[in-house]
Design a protein around this ligand. Structure first.
Ligand code: NAX
Length: 327
């Protein structure tokens, strides 16, 4: 039996984690032969801590053989201690009448503190995945506190956007999910994101050949994918949870697996694909060693794609402007 890996998860009593934690404990994220210790962080409020206790009771009642321990805490130093994976799901929801700038700053402060503690106490090989919104900018803030760990070890989740794009394309083509490849979502996890259908393939044929309706691709498809989160909130009354948890599992599995193909992840930009340096942007990535990625440098961009990328880049830059004092 392999030694257990410590996985720190924040926002552990929230709705995404309710779908996420059982799947990690069942071995779906790190492998069916890999024991885990879950280190679960929640805010100190009594209600949140009680809810966290309830979640842990349920996980215990699942009797997962791979779950070798659980730590429940409101102290980030305890949660991130020796963690090899830090999954930053917890953040504040946007309150009534709250401006986006206030949300950026409020949540930004969470990631200043957590970035500092992760850098201080997490494992040397720690990988950090940010889900809490605005996830790209929060990842940038978190990494800005790193002195010991490489900033490139912080990524943010674009995988839900990729999966949404995949599902829409498969439905339109009338094919299976696995028939589609190379669909990459660039930019911010917000409606400005760009799902690059030009490079996507259906069984090695270009999507633009299989779907002749270019107007659908350029308008409906991009709009459905970009606004899917809002559509789910309208239908369910709360934001995506099961699909977000599933995307996070996919994100970690791809990042951990050499040969997992090209996938979308928000990573530190060094100016690739027209993005400004030092922002965290969705880009095509591939895994070069377990937990280590490179940005795929060879995707061709059409003029349409470049225009969309410029728009989402501008939004990321404006977010950076708002949180400048936290960097
Ligand atoms: P919930 O409100 O259900 O849960 C969030 C939990 O985080 C709460 O229990 C809260 O007490 C906790 N929390 C707040 N501040 C914390 C802190 N400083 N330390 C530890 N825990 C803290 O939200 P949920 O639906 O689970 O969503 C979590 C985050 O994911 C939100 O920011 C949401 O916007 C974001 N999402 C990101 C997605 C992505 O693709 N990147 C998609 C889904 C989701 O919208």
């Amino acid at each position: 039996m392999k030694p257990p890996i410590r996985v720190a998860v924040t926002g552990a009593a929230g709705q995404i984690c309710y779908s996420l934690l059982p799947r990690i404990a069942a071995g779906e994220m790190l492998g069916l032969d890999q024991p885990v210790i879950l280190q679960l962080l929640e805010i100190p409020a009594e209600k949140a801590q009680l809810a966290l206790k309830g979640v842990a009771m349920e996980l215990a009642d699942c009797a997962f053989p791979l779950l070798h321990g659980m730590v429940l805490t409101s102290d980030p130093k305890v949660a991130f201690k020796d963690a090899s994976w830090c999954l930053l799901v917890g953040s504040k929801p946007r309150g009534p009448g709250m401006e986006r700038a206030d949300l950026l700053k409020d949540n930004g402060r969470i990631f200043v503190g957590q970035g500092e503690v992760i850098d201080e106490v997490a494992a040397d090989d720690a990988k950090v995945v940010v889900v809490g919104n605005p996830c790209n900018t929060n990842a940038m803030i978190c990494a800005s506190r790193f002195k010991r760990l490489p900033k490139t070890s912080v990524t943010a989740m674009m995988r839900l956007d990729q999966n949404r794009a995949l599902a829409q394309l498969a439905a339109k083509c009338g094919c299976g999910i696995n028939d589609i490849s190379d669909i990459v979502v660039y930019g911010n996890h917000s409606p400005t994101m760009f799902a690059d259908f030009f490079n996507a393939k259906v069984n090695d044929k270009e999507v633009t050949e299989v779907i002749a309706d270019r107007a659908w691709l350029e308008t409906d498809f991009l709009s459905i994918v970009g606004k899917r989160g809002a559509a789910i909130i309208e239908a369910r009354g709360v934001s995506s949870a099961t699909s977000a948890a599933n995307a996070l599992i996919d994100h970690v599995k791809s990042l951990n697996t050499v040969g997992s193909g090209i996938y979308s992840m928000a990573v530190r930009s060094a100016g690739e694909y027209g993005f400004a340096s030092e922002i965290w942007s969705g880009m095509p990535c591939r895994t070069i060693a377990p937990g280590r990625y490179e940005i795929v440098p060879t995707m061709a961009l059409t003029a349409f794609a470049r225009e969309r990328i410029a728009k989402t880049n501008a939004e990321l830059l404006s977010e950076r402007e708002v949180v400048q004092s936290l960097l």
